[in-house]
Design a protein around this ligand. Structure first.
Ligand SMILES: NC(=O)c1ccc[n+]([C@@H]2O[C@H](COP(=O)([O-])OP(=O)(O)OC[C@H]3O[C@@H](n4cnc5c(N)ncnc54)[C@H](OP(=O)(O)O)[C@@H]3O)[C@@H](O)[C@H]2O)c1
Length: 291
């Protein structure tokens, strides 16, 4: 039985990683309340006393806009705490660390491959890039850095649940239609994480998102269409396309951040799934939860 430590276990992705744990692992879950990864001594002690085979880090500072103000906190969680984990993890222990499409910010003619040059355009993206660098520097021989994008699930705070909430109370929504990327079901990503943890020996940076490159406007329209079809939403909402300039935010968002997941598909022998198919599965779960 492999011993696994899961950090950030009460987050959107952490909850699903815990829920989808296979039977052949002994899983120790830590939410922020149970272990603040900024406590370098406590993290070191945990690794030393439990000698895990695998550490999965889904803990992160994810408030993209607040990070522009809370620069120090974002770096403490996304960079320094990750460096401390990497330094104190013995070489035989595998680290699976989750990162983000926000390490990119430029327009690209093709989905980003793991080796493409990064250029984070926000404090959040920069702090996550620093976390990636720390793992590569201090634990290169037995670690996966798994970048993902536009993560959502049936529960918690994400674009899908936010849209459903807004659609329930508003008659019109204005959604940005000039930022391109790929949604990712956190339910499927959790399975990918376990595959990387248990079924592969590869190391380095990998990408995973669902298949298809769309805008937030396309995503909102499809959420609306599917929610109506499933009976989650029972009223009309008009969805208007706007530009990024019409919707200023403290942190700048990548105008293009689609990720190329081919390397992950090849290594794990699993194909990405069309984003509409994954959305439907997640909305069905959502319907199940609200019944
Ligand atoms: N959400 C997205 O769209 C998206 C896109 C691309 C990549 N990612 C990456 O995917 C991963 C998972 O994201 P998510 O959507 O699951 O985010 P999330 O729901 O915000 O989960 C992050 C978890 O980390 C915890 N945390 C924060 N500070 C901590 C600390 N100092 N010590 C221990 N735990 C701490 C949070 O606890 P509190 O809630 O109590 O603070 C939360 O439970 C992150 O690495 C993120 O960068 C996310």
């Amino acid at each position: 039985m492999k011993k696994v430590i899961l950090l950030g276990a009460a987050g959107q992705l952490g909850l699903l990683v815990a829920k989808s744990a296979p039977d052949n692992v002994v899983l120790n879950c830590f939410s922020r309340e149970e272990l603040d990864i900024r406590d370098h001594g406590a993290v070191k002690e945990l690794i030393l006393t439990t000698s895990p085979d695998i550490i999965i880090n889904t803990a992160a500072y994810t408030a993209v806009d607040n990070a522009e103000e809370q620069h120090k906190l974002a770096y403490e969680i996304n960079a320094q705490a990750v460096e401390n984990i990497a330094i104190n993890t013995p070489s035989e222990t595998r680290i699976i660390h989750v990162s983000t499409d926000f390490v990119f910010s430029k327009i690209s003619k093709h989905p980003y491959k793991p080796a493409d040059l990064i250029a984070p355009g926000s404090i959040y993206g920069q702090s996550k890039a620093a976390g990636e660098k720390a793992i590569i520097q201090h634990h290169p021989g037995n670690a996966i850095i798994l970048r993902t994008s536009w993560l959502y699930s049936a529960q918690g705070k994400n674009f899908v649940t936010t849209m459903l909430g807004l659609m329930a109370v508003k008659d019109e929504l204005s959604i940005v239609s000039d930022q391109f990327g790929s949604p990712t079901s956190a339910h499927l990503l959790a399975r990918i994480i376990w595959k990387f943890a248990l079924e592969s020996q590869v190391n380095g940076v990998f990408h995973w998102s669902d298949e298809g490159i769309i805008t937030w406007y396309d995503f909102a329209l499809e959420i609306y269409t599917q929610a109506r079809k499933l009976g989650i939403l029972n009223k009309d909402v008009s969805i208007r396309a706007i530009t990024t300039k019409d919707y200023p935010t403290p942190a700048s968002r990548p105008c293009y951040s689609a990720l190329d997941s081919t390397a992950t598909e090849d290594v794990l022998g699993i194909k990405t799934s069309p984003w509409r198919v994954e959305l439907y599965k997640v909305l069905e779960k959502r319907k199940g939860c609200s019944n």
